[in-house]
Design a protein around this ligand. Structure first.
Ligand code: TUI
Length: 321
């Protein structure tokens, strides 16, 4: 059984949290992950305020276990989404795409744990100073909005720079990834793309099939020129976007091209014209299975991997170092 201090901090059985994915991680998936012993997280994205409240209440009906809400700080009505999360006393809040310093205390006062996503050491240190309970060090392998550094180099540097628990994210989809993250000093992992293909995930079936069909080089990063790079699976939309970026189309026009495209893929199932956000770990996702089984399998395989590592070094490695 793999347990870390993250389990004690959050009241969960396995050190595995599910990445907050707008239009993808709704109450059904969130509750399934939490009931499976991990931490499910509602992806608030650009959700209208009343829908977020509804999703939180539905999650509470489906599970007695802790769960979280991911707040995407670029959303124009973020203040309202913060207010709903406060009123509903969600156990955990994760944040993305910005700096949550100004409102961390409001959550801490009511006992909500706050865990910001950080793409750099500087932000991780700032978050520790302003009272974050843990940080998610998210590498550029992740799906959606990304930073520059890889998980392999970001995680150990953040671990060295802060004392609070560090959760590794980006490129982790199986037990080997969990074992590797623990080796880098992380107290747990955040997994997004693998949970897209959980049985309970209500995303359109076409989206799941697109992830399942993805190979190692099938993601690309669009919108670098807008300052908000986004990792997605290659399709007709990304080819059009690439062409327009090459032609020097103005940033505002490129940004407007992206509006509504995640919904188009996730809800309508148009995976040619829509934005299919997914991480590089898509190539590791092989089947659709229940969230609880994903969690159990990851934990068991991580233990096996750690055992195998011991065998490798004690049996004597034929390669001389
Ligand atoms: O947020 C994500 N992933 C996302 S958000 C999203 S929706 C979107 N909408 C409009 C534009 C772009 C995306 C889809 N996927 N992951 C967490 C994450 N946070 N990745 C990178 C960051 C980040 C970047 C800069 C966090 C903090 C930050 O700080 C800047 C500062 O203010 O210091």
């Amino acid at each position: 059984m793999i347990r870390t201090r993250l389990c004690d901090l959050l009241g969960i059985d396995y050190p595995i949290i599910q990445g907050g994915m707008a239009w993808v991680s709704t109450a059904e998936l969130v509750a399934a992950v939490s009931n499976g012993g991990g931490l499910g997280i509602i992806g608030a994205g650009h959700m209208p305020t009343d829908i977020l409240r509804q999703e939180i209440r539905k999650t509470k009906e489906l599970t007695d276990r802790p769960f979280g809400v991911n707040l995407m700080l670029l959303t124009p009505h973020i203040e309202e989404l913060i207010q709903v999360s406060l009123e509903e006393h969600v156990p955990v809040v994760t944040t993305g795409a910005g700096n949550p310093s100004t409102f961390i205390n409001k959550f801490k006062e009511i006992g909500t744990k706050v865990i910001p996503v950080v793409p750099s050491i500087a932000l991780a240190q700032r978050m520790e100073k302003v009272g974050a309970d843990a940080v998610i060090a998210e590498g550029t392998e992740s799906g959606g909005h990304i930073g520059e550094l890889t998980t392999m180099v970001l995680v150990p540097q953040v671990v060295d720079a802060v004392s609070i628990p560090v959760i590794a994210a980006g490129g982790i989809a199986d037990g080997r990834g969990l074992a590797a993250a623990l080796a880098l000093g992380a107290a747990g992992v955040q997994v997004g793309t693998r949970f897209v293909c959980a049985t309970e995930c209500t995303v359109h079936e076409n989206y799941k099939q697109k992830v399942l069909g993805a190979k190692d080089r099938d993601t690309t990063v669009t919108a670098r020129s807008t300052g908000h790079p986004v990792r997605v699976l290659k399709n007709r939309l990304t080819r059009e976007f690439e062409q327009m970026e090459k032609e020097g189309v103005p940033v505002e026009e490129l940004e407007s091209l992206g509006v509504g495209k995640l919904r188009l893929a996730a809800k309508e199932g148009d995976v040619d014209h829509g934005s299919v956000m997914a991480g590089q770990a898509a190539g590791l996702v092989k089947n659709i299975m229940p969230a609880a089984a994903i969690i159990k399998e990851m934990a068991a395989d991580a233990e096996k991997t750690i055992g195998k590592l011991r065998d490798i070094i004690t049996a004597g490695n034929p390669i001389k170092v």
